[in-house]
Each structure stands twice: as C-alpha cells, then as structure tokens.
Ligand binder design. Structure first.
Ligand SMILES: *Cc1c(COP(=O)(O)O)cnc(C)c1O
Length: 860
C-alpha cells in the first residue's frame, strides 16, 4: 500500500497498487444455477436481513431476493460504467423531474433472463415468486404519462446499449396513495422508503453543493477581466442514489441517478450552543424539504417556490456531476457538446440552460459566446403539453430572490436573442413581446418554454399532431425563427414491461407463432397478421384475454366488492383525472344507457363493465368531483334491479404502473376521448392497443398514428378534429344550444342535476352541471352525439365476437411502431448523435449446469 493520503470523500478511485483477488463465478453473489440462487437467497436472508425461516416476514424474503438479484446486476453495472469511462463515449443525460419506474424486481429478473430459475429456486425453498414480487412498494416518483415515458426510455436506452444516465429527484414521498372513501378520493402519504430500498446505492462521495438565494457581485479577476460572483445565503447538499437500469438480455446496466437534498452542516452549532436545540435543526429540515415530496400536479404549474427549488436543485446537482464526469477525461470544454447530450423532459429542468451558462462562465471562466455555443449544442428540449396552464412561468421576483445570478444570465440571453429577432423582423415590436423570455405587463414572469427553445438545438413534440400544433400555434414564432430546430418524436412504450411482463400468456403465444424477435423489434409483430384468420390462434388469443378479465374480476370483487360479469365488454378509461381527458364524457354515455334501461327495462343491451382508475391532483376540485360522480353513478347503476347487472361501473383506487399492468391486458375497449388538440400524445393508448384492446378515440395525440397503423376499420373514431375544435371555439361555442336541441343529452344532464345520484346532497354535482351548461371548455356537448353513436357501433361490433377478436389481433399485430425502442432510435439519430456501445463480458460455460454464466470483470 502506498502512503498517499486520501480525502475521505474523494470521488477518485485508487488506481495504484490495489490488487484484489478475482471474484469467482460460482460465488454466491454471481452464480446463476438454481442451487447457487437458493444458497444466495438464504445467505442474504441471514446476513443482510438478519433472519432465518423462523423469524422472517414475507418482506424479509422479498428483501433477500432483491439483494440476490442486485448482486447479479452489479458486475454488469460496474463493467458498464468502466467501459463508458475508458472509451470516453458520448453519453445521453435524460433530465426529468419524474421517473415512474414501476416495480423493479420483476423487471430486473426479466431483463437479466433469470425469471424462471429464480422461480424454481424459490419454489424449492417453499416460496412463490409472484407473492414476493407483489410485496414491493412501487416507487411512484411521477404523476402519469411524462414520468412513465422517462422510465420506458431508460429501458430502451439500456436495451439499445446507449450510454445514458437518467437524472432526477429521490422524493422521500412519491405520488400520494389514493383511497376512495365514501366515493371520494382521499390522499395518503406514500411512504415508499419505509422498509428500505434494496435497489439503490447511495454515493456520498459524489455529494455536491447547491447554492440558493443571496446576491451577486461584480469584480475584476487577475487578468483584469470583469466577472460576477454569486454570494448565496443558503447552501444545500445533493447526494446521489443510483438505481441500476439493465438492458434486456444484454450486458448493459445504465444508471438512474436521483438526488436527495440535505443540510450542508448537520447542526448550526452557534444556535445549538445558545440552547435553541430545535432552532439548530431547522436548517436541516428546510434543506431536506427540497426532496421531500413530489408535486402531485399533472399538466399544471402551480408556481410554488419549493417547486422551483426542486427543479434547480436536481438540475444543478446533475450538471455539476456531468461536468465532473467529463473532466475526468478532458482538460477543457472543447469537446463537451460532442460527449454530452442533455435532454430536457419538458421545461421542468430547463433552468439547466442558465445553470450550464453560469458554470461555464463564472466557474470555468469561458467567454459568453463559447459558453453559449456549447450550451446550445448540448441541450435538446421535449415539449409535452398544449395546455396553457401547464406552461411554466416563474415570477421574476421569486427568481430574483432564489436565483439572482440566473436571472442576470437569462436577461443577457434574452437581450442577445431579442437583438437577433430585431434583425430578422425589423420594427415588429409585438413579435418581440411575444417571444421575449420575460413576460411583461403588470407582474413579470420568466417563460421557461422560451428559455428552453432559445437554448436548445432541438425542439420536439411527442406525436405528429402535437408537433404540428406546436409549430402552428404554441411555439409558432420560434418555429418561424428556427424551423430547423423543430422535429417530431412520437412517444412509445417498452414492450418488455407492457407486454412481456404484464401479459406473459400472450407473449408466449406470440413467441410460439413468430419467434421472440418482437421483444426487441416490435415491428415483427406484423407477422401475426397471418394468424388473424386462423381459428386456433383466434381461440387462444381470446382465451388469454378472457383469463386476464377473470383475474380482474377477482381483483374487483376483492377490492371494490362489486360482482362483474367476465363476459361483459370491459370498457376501460384509466389515466390521470383531468377535464381535458373527458372522463365525464364517458359518464354521460353510462347515464345515457341507464336512461334507456329506465325507459324500457326489457331493452336489448350489450352487457358492459365500465372500469375507471386514475388520481386527481389534490387541489383540483372539478377532477375530484368527477371521481365522486363516477362512484355515485356506480352505486345507483350497480344496484338498480332494472339494470339487472347488465351495466356495472367500477372505480379502482390507486392507479399505478402495477395496477396498470393488471388492467391494460384485461381491456376490450380503450377510452382515448380527450378533446382533439389537447392530449400531446398519450401512451396509455399504446399499452391498450398492444394488448389487443380496440380504441374508441378522437383524432388527438398519438391516436391518429395508432389509427393509421391498425387501420380505420379496427378503430372507433368519433368527434371533432383539432381544426374543427379551433373553428368552433373561434365562432363562439354555446353548449346550451346542444342541451336544448338534443333530448337524450338533456335527459342525462337533467338526471345529474336532479340530485338522484346523491340524494343526501342533491346539489353535490351542480358545479359539474353548471360548468357544462355555461362553459363546457372541452366541448363534451359538441362531441356527445358523435360519441354515443360511436359507442353504439362498438356494442354492435362486440356482438360479432369472431370479427372483434380478429380486429383485436390486428391491433396487437400492427402496433409495433409504438415501441419506445423506435422512439429512442430516432432521438439517437436526429438529436443526440450517439452510438451503441456493446459491453463485453468474458463468458464461458459453467459445465455442470450447461448454462452460460458471465464472468465478473477484473478489478481496475
Ligand atoms: C401509461 C401510464 C399513464 C399515461 O396514460 P395516458 O392514458 O397516456 O394518460 C399514466 N399513469 C400510469 C401509471 C401509466 O402507466
């Protein structure tokens, strides 16, 4: 050992005389035989959980298994990191305030190709794998589609062997647990870390400091150059926690690196010495608040200081970390944008543009132009919404208080940008106002989407229509100025989680017929078209759907205490509760059916089960009231003897990735009924179609592309187009006209208004009725008749089961385009310019088992 002195928290590995023995493959931490797995499991139970079979709880078994799997990820993980370092690869950094990963154990077993062996090892130990998988608390570090997209992207990046890191926040409390009490949503804190998280590794040596508040000062450096320094009044520490992200059946294991906030000094001793113990810990508490809880708003910006602190915190940590990584192998910033691609998942991390400028100029002393060139060539921006309430704007006053240096930098970016605009459009003062990064007129705001557009070389929407609407409307001025920056990247979903893991029965059937290439080349599902008319295949396809429906029936009986007919049409709308998504339109159809039955109880009606799930933002009054309406309608309809069980309505509580994995495969009909021009893409629509549900939908988001792919005959289309919505609103829309001219609609609204769905509070749903009659912002009335007619076509079509199954098969066969692998390939080629790097791990055959076992790498 040399006698060099090391900083205890140095992040530099010791390169010198360390020489460790090779890790052996038959080792309990790496071996893949069933025998080794059993031994490793028992060992982890004993030495990590401190339990034996007489003391262990089910959760102890889960933890022991999780550690057994993690051990087998580690040498691939280490090897991946080493390869990236040594090859100086270009790396994608995906910055996202949300990652909705879903359960890890099952996914890791799948991607590591050890599901069956672990299943056997547990069985021989007297345990059932599925029982342990179900014990894992889901890390709900996201709200909905945006966070889930980030998780699908990580899976695809690792599967495509792209060097990539996901950066985000390690919220101590994720999205709240939703429970339904007396028909209403009640939020409970999500204590997902309560029993420890076996998948993360804390990296205290990589802790970074983040400044907040204070003021700036100008000074002249030794060379007489004018510079600015930022004197903060607070400092917060960011400590990374890494979670492995394995690719499917390859050796790549990328990282999800989430930051936790902590106080820069554990105690303020001055305060402590003066006897104020609790005062001494307030700093700690305030600092830790930053990563305490996920904001539970989907598609809305609240403008809270803590939210801006969260965003800046994780972005600053991540950029410092990216620069530290880069500087291990580079002496200057000349190649930064050639080695680093940073993608902004919406505007939440867009402060990164000002932060990278600050770091390059103030800390690393680059000139403005050089720093700006590097910044622009590093960042890409993905827009996720067309809703104006979701566009982030921060009060200039708040910005000044929290990030005074960034505000100066943003002003300078804005000044230079507006000069450019003036040159291109002389005398167009209105355009200057529209495009400015600062919104003027009364209270001033920083417009984060404008910052993201100006500071990125790429701006993309997430479905073809969405990108067109960005170019035509939301970001039209920027499109005129920088047309070459705009591009579309239609979203996708990972087939590993959303077919292989959630629907193993269908996966096996598909693989039996066409081989397993579809798992990584989803377009190969096309080959299934040949079986759409094969009676045996149809039969098996239908049986699998029926099995999933039966499982959901059992689940609903257990949790909702509602008996559901497994042969009824399962009509499903699961997604965040939002007015633009129009869950309420679905309810109007249910009441329409109910009215028909009440008028004529003997009427022929197709039995349907309406299944809803989804969380509403806790402060979103209307969305929460819609949940109450669904449950109120459910109570009446489910128990009315006239209905005689032909219609059931169920609201399943606690929608999550795990619940989605049970629901999507059991659906017959997928409700994608947003007002055209509002849903940027949707990804739930893709999960349903892949699992053989037919869509009833508007021409919105990716629905348009799904319809193109599966064929208009295999898709139930209704409603106004985005253009028609726009024109109708421009003409002046009056919902009352529809109410008075459509008797069926009037009857539905009158029934809600009558109070009969809630006799105890007859006025409960008046706000819903009023909002429809007097405003109807999302044009439910305008689309009502078209929707009802379309639903009636669905009922008719479902009666022809043979044809329905055929359409269902064609939906699965033709949704290959919607793999997130395809999306990620497009990002790689068009935006990031990154190439795959195969991770080589020496392999040899472990004789007695006949299994290929990967050998861990030599220590560096
Ligand atoms: C896929 C998914 C979503 C997105 O659903 P949309 O229908 O596209 O809004 C939201 N939440 C969860 C848990 C999901 O898995």
């Amino acid at each position: 050992m040399n006698n060099q002195v090391f900083e205890p928290n140095s992040d530099q590995p010791i390169q010198s005389n360390v020489c460790l023995p090779e890790i052996k493959v038959e080792d309990d931490r790496t071996g893949m035989t069933v025998e080794t797995l059993k031994r490793a499991f028992a060992d982890n139970l004993y030495y990590i959980q401190g339990k034996n079979e007489f003391l262990a709880t089910p959760y102890d078994y889960y933890m022991a298994l999780a550690y057994t799997v993690r051990d087998r990820l580690l040498h691939r993980w280490i090897n991946t990191a080493t390869t990236y370092l040594q090859k100086e690869v270009k790396t994608v950094y995906y910055l996202s305030a949300e990652f909705l990963m879903g359960r890890q154990l099952s996914n890791n077993l799948l991607n590591l190709n050890m599901y069956d062996r672990v299943c056997q090892a547990l069985e021989e130990s007297g345990l059932k794998l599925d029982d342990l998988i179900a014990l894992e608390p889901e890390p709900g570090l996201g709200n909905g589609g945006l966070g889930r997209l980030a998780a699908c992207f990580l899976d695809s990046l690792a599967t495509l062997e792209i060097p990539a890191v996901g950066y985000g926040i390690r919220y101590e409390f994720g999205i709240f647990d939703q429970r339904i009490e007396e028909g209403a949503q009640v939020e409970h804190p999500d204590k997902w870390l309560r029993f420890g998280n076996p998948w993360e590794i804390r990296r205290p040596e990589l802790t970074v400091t983040v400044k907040l508040g204070g003021h700036t000062e100008g000074y002249h450096d030794e060379k007489g150059q004018y510079r600015v320094r930022w004197i903060p009044d607070r400092k917060v520490l960011g400590t990374p926690y890494d979670t492995p992200v394995p690719g499917y059946h390859n050796n790549t294991v990328n990282s999800l690196r989430l930051w936790r906030a902590g106080a820069s000094e554990e105690f303020n001793f001055q305060v402590f010495d003066s006897g104020d113990y609790s005062g001494a810990v307030t700093d700690k508490i305030f600092s830790e608040n930053i990563s305490k809880v996920l904001y539970p708003n989907d598609n809305t910006s609240q403008g809270q200081q803590l939210r801006l602190e969260q965003q800046y915190f994780f972005v600053s940590c991540s950029l410092q970390d990216i620069i530290n990584t880069y500087r291990r192998t580079h002496r200057n910033f000349d190649q930064f944008h050639e080695k680093v691609a940073i993608q902004l998942n919406d505007t939440h991390p867009s402060i990164g543009i000002a932060e990278l400028m600050r770091l390059l100029i103030d800390k690393y002393k680059l000139g403005w132009n050089r720093a700006w060139y590097i910044t622009k060539h590093t960042f890409g921006y993905t827009n996720h919404t067309l809703l104006s309430e979701a566009l982030e704007r921060w009060h200039v006053r708040l910005f000044e208080r929290l990030l005074p240096r960034h505000l100066e930098i943003i002003y300078e970016i804005n000044h230079r940008f507006l000069e450019q605009v003036k040159v291109k459009y002389p005398g167009d003062g209105e355009r200057l106002q529209r495009m400015s990064l600062i919104e003027e007129g009364g209270e001033k705001f920083v417009r984060m989407a404008h910052l993201a557009c100006v500071g990125s070389h790429s701006i993309n929407g997430v479905a073809a229509l969405h990108t067109e609407l960005l170019k035509e409307r939301v970001l039209h001025d920027f499109y005129e100025m920088f047309p070459e920056r705009f591009n579309n990247k239609t979203n996708g979903i990972t087939p590993r989680r959303w077919l292989l893991l959630s629907n193993p029965q269908l996966s096996n059937l598909i693989t039996e017929k066409i081989g397993d290439s579809w798992v990584t080349h989803l377009q190969d599902l096309q080959k299934l078209e040949a079986f759409a008319d094969d009676p045996e295949f149809r039969q098996r396809f239908a049986t699998i759907k029926q099995q999933h429906k039966q499982e959901l029936v059992d689940y609903i009986l257990l949790f909702n205490d509602v008996e559901v007919d497994p042969n009824s049409l399962f009509d499903v709308q699961v997604k965040r509760l939002h007015e633009y998504k129009r869950q309420l339109l679905d309810v109007l159809y249910i009441i329409t059916l109910y009215n028909r039955i009440k008028r004529n109880p003997g009427i022929e009606i197709l039995p349907r089960t309406f299944i809803f799930a989804g969380k509403a933002a806790p402060g979103y009054y209307m969305a929460k009231l819609v949940i109450r309406l669904i449950n109120a309608v459910a109570k009446v309809v489910n128990n009315d003897p006239d209905v005689a069980g032909r219609i059931k309505v169920v609201f399943m509580e606690g929608f999550s990735v795990s619940l989605g994995q049970k629901i999507y495969p059991a659906a017959n009909l997928s409700e994608q009924i947003s007002m055209a021009g509002k849903e940027a893409s949707g990804t739930g629509n893709m999960k349903f179609a892949l699992n053989g549900a037919l869509t009833i939908g508007t021409l919105d988001g990716a629905n348009i592309e799904i319809r193109e792919a599966v064929g208009a005959d295999n898709f139930f289309l209704f409603g106004l187009t985005a253009q028609e919505v726009y024109d109708l609103k421009s003409r002046g829309y009056n919902p009352m006209d529809y109410y008075h001219s459509n008797a069926q609609l009037k009857e539905v609204i009158d029934r809600i208004a009558s109070g009969e769905f809630c006799p105890e509070h007859p006025d409960l749903f008046k706000p819903i009725v009023d909002s429809l009659l007097y405003k109807d912002e999302y044009l439910l009335f305008a689309d009502y008749q078209s929707y009802i007619d379309c639903q009636d076509r669905v009922s008719h079509a479902y009666r022809d089961q043979e044809n329905w199954i055929r359409m269902s098969i064609l939906n699965t066969a033709r949704t290959g385009k919607f793999s997130s692998d395809r999306t990620i390939r497009e990002y790689c080629q068009d935006i990031w310019q990154v190439e795959p790097i195969t991770i080589d791990i020496e392999e040899y055959v472990q004789e007695e088992a006949g299994l290929k076992v990967t050998k861990p790498p030599l220590h560096i």
